[in-house]
Design a protein around this ligand. Structure first.
Ligand code: C2E
Ligand code: CA
Ligand code: CA
Length: 750
């Protein structure tokens, strides 16, 4: 502030010098006739010295404009001013003392001129100006007073007061004005900095239009966004340039219409997403804008910033699509199915109707995927999706939940019939053979359904219940449709508990083995036993293997259980007479364990059982998953001298081709054929005949399972089976009873 105050005196240095010289010469001329010459020269020296002091201070100020002024520098400047004031206070008293009234008055006039000059050159530094005026004027007024000119004296004092007041006001205004200006400068600097930064940010530009919505002062970047040069767009209607063909039709896209409305209503807007057409291509702009007003508050147009967000917008569209559709099948995914089901449930609640959710799972898909590879699996899924779409009407939304699980949302399912008929249609269509890369594939479908609002209050609950129904369907072997029932919850819970207990069964010693005799079909003499595992659970009582074996396979608990069975059964068999064999069931999961053969070797060496007396039973299902691994494991144990039987023949794929794949020693004909043949079913008889013929030709033995009566035994004998197993010759029994049977057989032979 000090520097600002002293900036004017410094800049007016030359003017001041000139003023002092002229006026001091004038005063000297007036006083020359009356004043002794020595005094006059002395006075001149005084004026010159004071001016020298002042000039010194001023030139320092001039040397560093705009910089702060220290207190000592200001004091030095003040000293110069006081010196000049003392010099100028002298002429009036001198005129009064040596001259007449004329000299006093004329000198006074010069003094008044000096004061006037001071207001111009020193007025902005009020302290100096006031001291100067006081020092000069008070003696002058006193002289006038003493000369008897009361009025002039009063006028002089009045002039002094006015001058001082003027200095203060002027200095104040000057300071304020300067400070305001400094503030303005600073702000405009900040604004221009911001603007520069803004312009450097590639994506954004400024736009401006006038009251008739024509483009004004287009920046090069804005023009570029419009696909033209700045000259081309200047003065063109803004909306026309960005609306392409819509301009002719007048039918703007809604976002453009929105923009036009806001411009018309003169409303502020920010980050407005507008679909524009530039050079025939659709693009997305994000615009912000504000009406512009002139100094009088009159509307002069609009101004704002904008950026092209097409790329972001397109990628977010893509992401939105990916988030809601399955990439492989292009069907709606889980998320979208969730939404569709939510909508359907709301609608059903509102109109007191019903909707349904169908969950579909492919049967045997895993086998296809495992044996033929993921590429074929994927192609199969695409075909499944296409068929599903074909089966669905407008009332239904179908989608993929993931893996080989699909689902259908039935918007309107007032009659229960509809759900059943859609489910049947789906099962029928999906079960037809597929042709993928020259492979004919057979997969089936299982369906579980739940109906809202009856079976679930919200989406999660309904889906969970449909899933339970689906699980029930899979549990029953697949290919069927089950609807949800509350009892399924109990089943699922029981299963969960069963699994929990099964995990502890081995350490709690709850498992034991039973042995079922196998006899020669002709002589009816004992040839061996099949070991069958039993679980007597502390929590659940006796649990049938038909129930817990599948559970153990699913949870891979079958591996430790199977190892235990193998060791126990071999130990037991080693006690029997040397001709008797033991048959042990082996699940596919066990064969996939890398150390399966080692497990067999360990069981044999611990029990000292000859390998020839061990026959492992496997089912056709081993050929469906990682067939090579399973076959490799079996070939290893066959190399040890063990035998391998094909169990449950006829129930699974029933392909005679499997029999050729491995050198089985025995084919076990499933109980269903034995029972069928006993009831006179021609088909069953034909199958048994074919199997026996084929086994004979390949030098394999055959065992008929499930023979319960002497008639059945007779019939089997006639059909040519080599061995028989069934309740007729003995139920599965504990080890000690099996031992009794062995002893009895030995006695009979003896
Ligand atoms: P499977 O290997 O086919 O075993 C024969 C099943 O038929 C046994 O049922 C047996 O009790 C039953 N059976 C035998 N003769 C007759 C008959 O004349 N009439 C009727 N109605 N049934 C008869 P179980 O013991 O309930 O075993 C069921 C299945 O559990 C077995 O079928 C086998 O696949 C599996 N399993 C049993 N023990 C083991 C084991 O230690 N390991 C593995 N992996 N599976 C086992
Ligand atoms: Ca078996
Ligand atoms: Ca069997």
């Amino acid at each position: 502030m000090r520097a600002i105050q002293h900036s004017v005196p410094a800049s007016k240095m030359a003017l001041r010098l000139l003023g002092h010289c002229l006026l001091s010469s004038l005063a000297a001329m007036i006083l020359y006739p009356v004043l002794p010459i020595g005094f006059l020269i002395g006075w001149f020296v005084l004026v010159a010295a004071s001016l020298g002091l002042m000039l010194q201070a001023d030139s320092r100020l001039q040397a560093k404009p705009g910089q702060p002024l220290s207190k000592t520098e200001a004091a030095r400047h003040l000293r110069g001013t006081v010196a000049a004031a003392i010099a100028w206070s002298l002429p009036t008293p001198l005129a009064w003392y040596y001259g007449s009234g004329t000299e006093v008055l004329t000198v006074w006039a010069v003094i008044a001129a000096v004061i006037t000059g001071i207001t111009i050159t020193l007025g902005t530094a009020p302290l100096g100006a006031i001291i100067f005026s006081l020092v000069v004027m008070v003696p002058a007024a006193a002289v006038l007073f003493l000369s008897g000119w009361w009025g002039a004296a009063a006028a002089a004092m009045f002039m002094l007061v006015l001058a001082c007041y003027g200095f203060i006001v002027r200095a104040d205004n000057f300071l304020r004005g300067n400070l305001a200006e400094a503030g303005m400068n600073e702000r405009s600097e900040v604004v221009s900095l911001l603007l520069r930064e803004f312009e450097e940010n590639e994506a954004d530009w400024l736009w401006q239009i006038d009251t008739s919505r024509r483009i004004r002062s287009a920046s090069p970047r804005f023009a570029f966004a419009l696909g033209c040069s700045p000259e081309e767009v200047e003065g063109k209607p803004f909306l026309q340039l960005i609306s392409g063909d819509y301009w002719q039709t007048g039918q703007f896209p809604s976002s453009l219409h929105d923009l036009a409305e806001r411009l018309k209503r003169r409303e502020n807007f920010s980050a407005l997403l507008v679909k524009v057409t530039i050079g025939g291509k659709d693009r997305w702009w994000e615009l912000s804008g504000k009406p512009m007003l002139d100094n009088h508050g009159k509307d002069v147009g609009f101004r704002g910033v904008g950026s092209d967000v097409t790329a972001q917008r397109e990628s977010s569209d893509k992401i939105a699509y990916l988030a809601r559709y399955d990439t492989l099948t292009n069907l709606p995914n889980r998320l979208m199915l969730n939404e569709a089901l939510g909508d359907a449930m709301r609608y059903a609640r509102q109109w007191r109707s019903r909707c349904a959710f169908l969950m579909i799972d492919l049967d045997r898909f895993k086998q296809v995927n495992d044996s033929l590879g993921h590429q074929i699996g994927d192609k199969l899924l695409e075909q499944v999706a296409a068929r599903l779409k074909e089966v669905c009407s407008d009332n239904e939304v179908c989608g993929r939940l993931g893996g080989d699980e699909f689902a259908i949302v039935l918007r309107e399912a007032k009659q229960g019939e509809i759900v059943r008929s859609v489910a049947q249609r789906v099962i029928r269509r999906l079960s037809e053979p597929y042709l993928v890369d020259n492979h004919t594939l057979y997969v089936g479908a299982s369906v579980g359904s739940a109906v809202a609002p009856r079976d679930g209050k919200n989406v999660e609950e309904l889906m969970r219940n449909a899933d339970l129904a689906l699980y029930r369907s899979k549990d029953g072997g697949g290919g069927e449709h089950y609807t949800y029932e509350p009892s399924l919850h109990a089943m699922a819970e029981e299963r969960r508990q069963l699994e929990f207990s099964l995990r502890k069964a081995l350490e709690r010693d709850e498992l034991l083995l039973h042995f079922q005799p196998v006899v020669d079909a002709n002589s009816e003499t004992l040839t061996g036993f099949e070991a069958l595992v039993r679980w007597n659970s502390k929590d659940h009582g006796f649990v049938s293997p038909g129930k817990f074996i599948p559970l153990a396979e699913e949870t891979r608990l079958i591996v430790p259980i199977g190892t235990w069975v193998l060791e126990q059964a071999c130990m037991e068999a080693a006690k029997w007479s040397s001709g008797l064999r033991v048959n042990i069931n082996v699940s596919p999961e066990q064969l996939l364990e890398p150390d399966f053969a080692a497990t067999v070797v360990r069981a044999l060496s611990r029990s000292k059982l000859e390998p020839q007396r061990l026959e492992l039973e496997v089912t056709e299902s081993i050929f469906l998953r990682d067939a090579d691994v399973a076959r490799g494991a079996l070939e290893q144990v066959m190399a040890l001298g063990c035998r391998v039987a094909l169990d449950d023949f006829g129930t699974g794929y029933s392909s005679l081709g499997y029999i050729r794949k491995l050198r089985f020693s025995t084919i076990k004909v499933d109980r269903t054929f034995v029972q069928g043949a006993a009831q006179g079913a021609v088909e069953s008889i034909a199958i048994i005949r074919a199997v026996v013929a084929m086994a004979d030709s390949l030098d394999m033995s055959t065992t008929a399972e499930g023979v319960e009566t002497s008639e059945e035994a007779e019939m089997i004998r006639e059909l040519g089976c080599k061995k028989i197993q069934g309740y007729y010759f003995g139920r599965p029994m504990p080890a000690d009873q099996a031992m009794d049977v062995v002893h009895r057989a030995n006695r009979m032979r003896a």
